[in-house]
Write a protein that binds this ligand. Structure first.
Ligand code: 13P
Length: 250
């Protein structure tokens, strides 16, 4: 039985003051909901604050990105061990916003995934097709390719140490999530593809859905057999909403 996982991705939002209120409210709201796992991925400068408020609670925290190397002359970058120094357990890898804005390639994302595993971080690998690819009927091809790029580099044993997130780009920040049926069908496809490498790993891997997950659609999405949780953007910035989504997973 796969345990549900809800990950909040704050993206580039927050301030010391607003984070404090949000984190404290979420801690309070989820204290008695211990049948699912929760992670909040904050901007790097707030990792220390997240650690201070979340340590000892049932909520973990993580980064939204990291560099693939351990150290070096890489101005503005953050190394894997810098995340673990602040108690991070997870890191988002290959978010579509980074694939697009920072031109992160499949090869780079695979390298980051490998480094995250080496640093004992759980990588949350994002895959997903754009609207154009979706409309051209290429969703499976694109997502399959993104998956294979990482699987081929790290191997199934390391891949199984991560979490996979299906985030159709056309559903992110649009208020229009994939329908539960459509999301389920892609999750089943991903699991099937991984099962070709290792059936047990595929059956144990958590595949979470992201893209306009809201209080109104969370329960239906989470009820699908191959949807093991949610990667939540804007709704993770509002305590009441994030708490209700997490409770739906619980
Ligand atoms: P929204 O929930 O705001 O659509 O964002 C999804 C996302 O990109 C999470 O990583």
């Amino acid at each position: 039985m796969r345990r549900k996982l809800v990950v909040g991705n704050w993206k580039m939002y927050g301030s010391l003051e607003s984070n404090k209120k949000l984190l404290e409210a979420v801690v309070e709201g989820l204290r008695d909901y211990r049948n699912a796992d929760y992670v909040i991925c904050v901007p790097h400068p707030y990792l220390c604050q997240a650690q201070t408020i979340l340590q000892g609670t049932n909520i973990a925290w993580g980064g939204q990105n990291m560099h693939q190397y351990e150290a070096g002359a890489f101005t503005g970058s953050v190394a894997p061990h810098m995340l673990t120094d602040f108690g991070c357990t997870h890191v988002i890898i290959g978010h579509s916003e980074r694939r697009e804005m920072a031109h992160e390639s499949d090869a780079l994302i695979a390298a980051k995934f490998e480094s995250a595993v080496r640093a004992r971080l759980t990588p949350i690998l994002c895959v997903g097709e754009t609207r154009e690819e979706h409309e051209a009927g290429k969703a499976h091809e694109v997502v399959g390719h993104q998956l294979d790029a990482v699987l081929e580099r790290v191997g199934i044993a390391n891949f199984a140490k991560g979490v996979l997130a299906y985030e159709p780009v056309w559903a992110i920040g649009t208020g229009k999530s994939a329908s539960p049926d459509k999301a389920q069908s892609m999750h089943a496809f991903l699991r099937y593809r991984i099962a070709k490498h290792d059936r047990k790993a595929a059956s144990e891997l958590r595949i979470i859905y992201g893209g306009s997950v809201k209080v109104t659609n969370a329960a239906k999405l989470l009820a699908q057999p191959d949807i093991d949780g949610a990667l939540v953007g804007s709704a993770s910035l509002v305590a009441e909403q994030f708490i209700l989504i997490c409770r739906a997973a619980n």
